[in-house]
Write a new protein. Structure first.
Length: 89
C-alpha cells in the first residue's frame, strides 16, 4: 500500500491516536464515512444527469410539442368530479 510496510502504518495510526485521542477518533471516522457517502451520492446523481445513453424524450417533454395530454386529463378530471358531485349540466 503506497510502498509502506506494516510497521509504518502502525506508527502512523499510533500517532493519529495520540493526537486526536480515543474518544474523538470514532467521531472523526464517522464523519469521514458520511462525507464519502455524500460524495458517492453526488457523483452518482451527476452521472445520471450526464448519462448519454438515456433517450431525451423520457427526461423532459419537448418544448415544441403541444400539451394535449394535460388538457385531455384536465377535461376528464372535471367530468369525473362533476359526476361524483351529481352536477350533470
Amino acid at each position: 500500500m503506497f510502498g509502506m510496510g506494516t510497521w509504518e502504518l502502525l506508527i502512523i495510526m499510533f500517532i493519529v491516536l495520540l493526537v486526536f485521542g480515543s474518544k474523538k477518533l470514532p467521531e472523526l471516522a464517522q464523519g469521514l464515512g458520511r462525507g464519502i457517502k455524500e460524495f458517492k451520492k453526488a457523483s452518482s446523481e451527476i452521472e445520471d444527469e450526464l448519462d448519454l445513453n438515456k433517450p431525451l424524450s423520457s427526461s423532459k417533454p419537448s418544448v415544441d410539442a403541444p400539451e394535449k395530454e394535460d388538457t385531455e386529463s384536465k377535461a376528464q378530471d372535471d367530468k369525473s368530479s362533476k359526476e361524483a358531485s351529481g352536477d350533470f349540466r
